[in-house]
Each structure stands twice: as C-alpha cells, then as structure tokens.
Design a protein around this ligand. Structure first.
Ligand code: FES
Length: 153
C-alpha cells in the first residue's frame, strides 16, 4: 500500500470543492482507461479568472486528494495561470505522491485544462494548450497511466 503525506490524507478525508456546478462555464472530464477512475471539473469564469471550481471524482484516494488540491490551486487564477498548473506542481503542493500514484495527478491537471478549453471553445476561442498528460510521460517511461494493483489504495 502506498504511503501518503498528512496533506494527502487531509485532502482525501476532507476534500475541498466537491460537487457540481449545474450552470458551469466550462466542464472537463477525463478517465484512466486502465483503472476506470473518472474525474470531472466544473468552472465558473469571470473576467478571465476562475471564480469557482467544483469536481466529482470516482477514483482512488490519491485521485481525490489531487482533485481537491487542483481545485484549490485553480480558484482565483486567470485561465492562463490555470493552464500552468502541472501534475508535478499539484504533487508538490500535496507534499509528494508515491511514484506508483503519480499518474493520478495527471488526471487533475488534465480535467482542469479541459474545462478551461471547453469554456474557450464555447466562446469560439482556440484552446490554450494540450492536456498535460499528452506530453508529460516522455521523460519517464515508468510512469505509465496504468494503475494495476495500486488502484485499491
Ligand atoms: Fe487510478 Fe489513481 S487514478 S489509481
């Protein structure tokens, strides 16, 4: 079983911003095809700034903690700043993730970025960038987005 920091346990047992925004300006949904974990982010935007973030995550403890931390980090940021939130940044804010769980942090940043680009798409604007996981594994072949036996933790 993976060993988690106190901060991960805090965000897992007391996740911030859980829920849905029915009239969201942008929605981003991602899933891990191997473990089946799913994450959806909802954002409200005002003056190019993320005013509210909510999320719904069906997944492991790390995925829930990552969702919670990503939502906290994104709140109040401009859309451009939100696109700079990376899996590594989220993992760092959580005090580090076990290597076997690092792929879970990709889901958070990806879902957020997709929500931002969904908002822009509705306005007829081009996307601000690709989801981070599309180019985040190049330097470490071991960090595949498969969960394996780690899904139970
Ligand atoms: Fe599948 Fe975390 S996202 S184990």
């Amino acid at each position: 079983m993976a060993v988690y920091s106190d901060k991960i346990m805090d965000h897992f047992t007391n996740p911030r911003n859980v829920g849905e925004i029915p009239d969201a300006d942008g929605v981003g949904e991602v899933g891990n095809p191997v473990c089946g974990d799913m994450m959806t982010f909802y954002i409200k935007v005002r003056d190019n700034r993320i005013e509210h973030v909510k999320f719904k995550t069906f997944g492991c403890g790390a995925a829930i903690a990552v969702s919670s931390m990503t939502s906290v980090m994104a709140t109040g940021k401009t859309l451009e700043e939100a696109m700079q939130i990376t899996p590594q940044g989220v993992a760092d804010e959580l005090g580090g993730l076990p290597k076997v769980k690092f792929h879970c942090s990709n889901l958070g940043a990806d879902a957020l970025h997709l929500a931002v680009n969904n908002y822009r798409e509705k306005l007829g604007l081009p996307p601000l960038g690709e989801p981070v996981s599309a180019h985040d594994h190049d330097d470490d072949e071991d960090e595949t987005p498969s969960c394996g036996s780690a899904c139970a933790t």
